[in-house]
Design a protein around this ligand. Structure first.
Ligand SMILES: N[C@@H](CCC(=O)N[C@@H](CS)C(=O)NCC(=O)O)C(=O)O
Length: 336
């Protein structure tokens, strides 16, 4: 991978002013923003704040079974627009024709919803609130839920598919997130592009998009701390994880058309979603051009990431990701 030759240049200071010029907006503090957000949520979404879902943690081997859950009733999906795990949940719910209302949330502020929904147990997105009031708190649980729907058994044709899904979700997803955020948040140019994506009214409600733009320096600091991006080891570990997965997946794809054999499975969809922010280009711009998943075309790419993306797109794994996004993605990712 190109950046392995210069690993120590890739960690970032968490001080917001290191990359952004001072302005009146930067003086807004996080608590102030939380106050605005909390008030707005209570006013705008009383159904969210009064929900009392349950939460638990499972892997894809465990089955979701809850009495009174009709998959034909409306479900509520909580997401962050740029989240690759949220894309995975959305894709599978669409494929299974589950009726869903999506609640896209600004990063960092999302936790006001997710912690409330899960009674403090889970902060991350995606979360899926079932008609029964039961809450699924990860893409893994959502995959299990979808798998149980009639006609969705093809998602896991064999144990390899299941193992690969678990491994990709556990290791590759967090590694890619750290790797990409270092590139976006490590330069003024990257920060500008990230604000352009995260604070876009196309993907978030007007006031949330405003909140992202107004408080980006504080948000950036929180994200750097929570992903440990100011530690050079984080970048280095992420790189090795990504590299070793790609080497392994390249070898698999050299002998068979799909990750679990001769047909598309949940493993291919998981890989495509988790790598979606790593391919950029027309697949992302055209095929993912819907109201909830930011299109990452050439204009959105930070300069420092250009060579890495080019490198990835030329690997067998990168080409597979593009193929899946172009194929299954076309049907699955039309707007709700
Ligand atoms: N294992 C979880 C991981 C989900 C995850 O890490 N989501 C990220 C977004 S890509 C998130 O919510 N980050 C914000 C946070 O940690 O508060 C899953 O499969 O859903």
């Amino acid at each position: 991978m190109p950046s392995q030759s210069k690993p120590h240049t890739h960690s970032i200071p968490s001080t917001p002013s290191a990359f952004l010029p001072p302005s009146i907006l930067h003086t807004l503090t996080l608590p102030f923003s939380f106050l605005i957000l909390g008030t707005s949520i209570a006013a705008a979404f009383p159904f969210v704040t009064s929900a009392s879902p349950q939460s638990d943690v499972r892997n894809t081997k465990q089955k979701h079974t809850k009495p009174n859950d009709s998959t034909d009733q409306p479900h509520i999906l909580y997401t962050i627009p740029l989240s690759h795990y949220a894309l995975l949940a959305r894709w599978l719910l669409r494929l299974s024709k589950t009726p869903v209302t999506e609640v896209p949330l600004a990063p960092v502020y999302h936790s006001l919803y997710t912690l409330r929904n899960s009674k403090g147990k889970s902060r991350t997105v995606p979360q899926l609130l079932l008609p029964s009031g039961h809450l699924l708190t990860s893409s893994t649980e959502i995959i299990s839920y979808v798998e149980e729907k009639q006609g969705m058994e093809w998602l896991f044709p064999n144990e390899e598919a299941r193992t690969m899904c678990d491994e990709l979700g556990r290791d590759m997803g967090p590694a890619l997130r750290a790797f990409l955020y270092v590139h976006f948040m490590g330069s003024k140019e990257g920060c500008g592009k990230l604000v352009g994506i995260l604070g876009n009214r196309r993907y978030l409600s007007g006031w949330q998009a405003w909140l992202v733009r107004a408080t980006f320096p504080a948000m950036r600091t929180v994200m750097i701390k929570s992903i440990d991006l100011d530690n050079p080891k984080t970048f280095q570990t992420s790189l090795s994880t990504i590299q070793s997965h790609i080497t392994k997946l390249d070898a698999i794809l050299a002998t068979q058309p799909y990750l679990a054999g001769q047909q598309l499975s949940a493993a291919d969809i998981t890989l495509a979603c988790l790598c979606y922010p790593f391919v950029f280009g027309e697949e992302s711009a055209d095929l993912l051009d819907c109201t909830t998943t930011p299109a990452l075309d050439d204009r959105g790419i930070p300069e420092s990431l250009r060579t890495e993306v080019q490198w990835f797109r030329e690997t067998r794994t990168g080409q597979h990701v593009v193929k899946i996004l172009k194929g299954a993605g076309r049907e699955a990712l039309v707007p709700w």
